[in-house]
Ligand binder design. Structure first.
Ligand code: NAG
Ligand code: NAG
Ligand code: NAG
Length: 373
């Protein structure tokens, strides 16, 4: 013990000497002080040892180091677990071999998937439009690989379905363009396609039924620069009510996230028209930062079946369970609003230098990364 203390004392002295190594005057001064200190405190180390023992300093240090080591080990174990989960949800196939169709009873579809896992929150992105219709068929004539989606939403605190709550979704079309909003990076037409403000395709919300289920008919999302294909979703606060004209004007959510597709499915969709004509770049799942962040705490991929086997024109049926913490709410930023007289960009959002020119409707920064796990 004495030896150990002596050694650590010497190392401390060495450290401070080395700290002044390039300054001979300071170094000499330091050595003088050190010598004077040792002259006045001849029994210094023994004295310290006794004091340390009395105060429990050594035990405390030992405990502290042990805890630190344990936490480092735990976090590296956690890291390994996260990595393993990431690889498994990224590499894992979500294709089902069961013969589900869009008409399959939700109880069958979601059997076994109702473990209470909080779904990962993610940014709503810069393309949310306020005031879209309540409807199940959100196609508005868009063509692509038909995608029929069942979402089931449930409360993670009770593990029960959330009934009677609006669940909204939006996705890009076959060539990677969002309707209803303008942005320099919204497709290759950018800001020039002003008529896009009046389009409402691939957007809508539904009221959840007694099983907490909502269904949508859309098309498989097209890819666009910088992102892997995904579907945006948001669950409204339970008190959100529809307007008389069957639209929703609420931007308070208990949950907003993005759900992805297996890379193999993305690749096969990309090979068929109109996806094959899309001149934007396809980002792979394993390079999408939002996907990777979500995958750290959950499995953000749709389960699916191909309705016509390799004939993608018959479409895809996909499903996903969303675990929601209803005591949490967040404001969703609307890039634009859809009025009776047409769409308007939202000019009230805070301007972010450098991004305001690209996203005139604002760019959301308020979501809490990592929230939900
Ligand atoms: C996607 O929408 C844009 C306008 O918003 C349109 O120009 C483009 O043709 C659409 N893509 C397909 C495949 O219809
Ligand atoms: C649910 O949200 C509340 C409010 O943000 C938070 O205090 C609580 O920890 C959350 N519960 C879970 C399970 O994350
Ligand atoms: C729907 O009603 C709201 C007011 O409740 C109005 O602001 C909006 O313009 C209407 N939207 C459409 C598409 O008619």
């Amino acid at each position: 013990m004495k030896l150990a203390l002596l050694a650590s004392f010497l190392f401390a002295a060495l450290d401070s000497a080395l700290a002044h190594g390039d300054d001979p005057v300071a170094e000499r001064q330091e050595q003088l002080e050190r010598r004077r200190f040792l002259e006045i405190h001849p029994n210094n180390l023994d004295h310290c040892a006794d004091k340390f023992k009395r105060d429990g300093t050594l035990e405390e240090a030992a405990r502290r180091r042990y805890k630190r080591a344990a936490s480092l080990m735990a976090s590296s174990a956690l890291h390994a677990a996260v990595q393993a989960r990431q690889t498994s949800s990224l590499g894992k196939s979500h294709k089902s071999d069961k013969a589900y169709t869009p008409q399959t009873d939700p109880a069958t579809i979601f059997a076994g998937s109702n473990s209470c896992i909080l779904s990962p929150q993610a940014t709503e992105g810069p393309f949310y439009v306020l005031g879209e219709s309540i409807r199940s068929d959100i196609l508005d004539g868009q063509v692509g690989v038909p995608l029929h989606i069942d979402f089931q939403i449930y409360d993670v605190n009770t593990c029960k379905p959330i009934k009677g709550t609006y669940f909204e979704m939006w996705n890009a079309n076959g060539t990677g363009v969002y309707s209803g909003a303008l942005s320099v990076v919204n497709g290759l037409s950018g800001m020039s396609d002003k008529a896009n403000l009046d389009r409402t395709y691939l957007r809508g919300s539904q009221l959840s039924d007694d099983n907490g289920v909502v269904q949508f008919d859309t098309i498989f999302p097209g890819h666009y620069d910088g992102r892997a294909p995904h579907i945006h979703v948001m669950s409204h606060i339970p008190s959100a009510k529809a307007e008389a004209n069957n639209t929703l004007w609420h931007n308070k959510a208990t949950y907003a996230g993005q759900i992805f597709f297996d890379q193999t499915l993305v690749d096969s969709v990309k090979a068929v028209a109109p996806y094959s004509t899309n001149r934007q770049n396809l980002l792979k799942n394993n390079a999408d930062a939002i996907l990777l962040a979500e995958a750290q705490t959950s499995d953000p991929f749709f389960n699916y079946v191909l309705l016509g086997g390799t004939d993608l024109s018959k479409g895809v049926f996909a499903w996903y369970s969303v675990g929601i913490n209803q005591t949490f709410t967040r404001d969703i930023m609307a890039a634009a609003m859809r009025y009776k007289e047409g769409g308007k960009m939202n000019t009230a959002n805070p301007k972010i230098p450098g991004l305001d020119a690209i996203f005139p409707g604002g760019f959301p920064t308020a979501y809490q990364p990592g929230y939900g796990g």
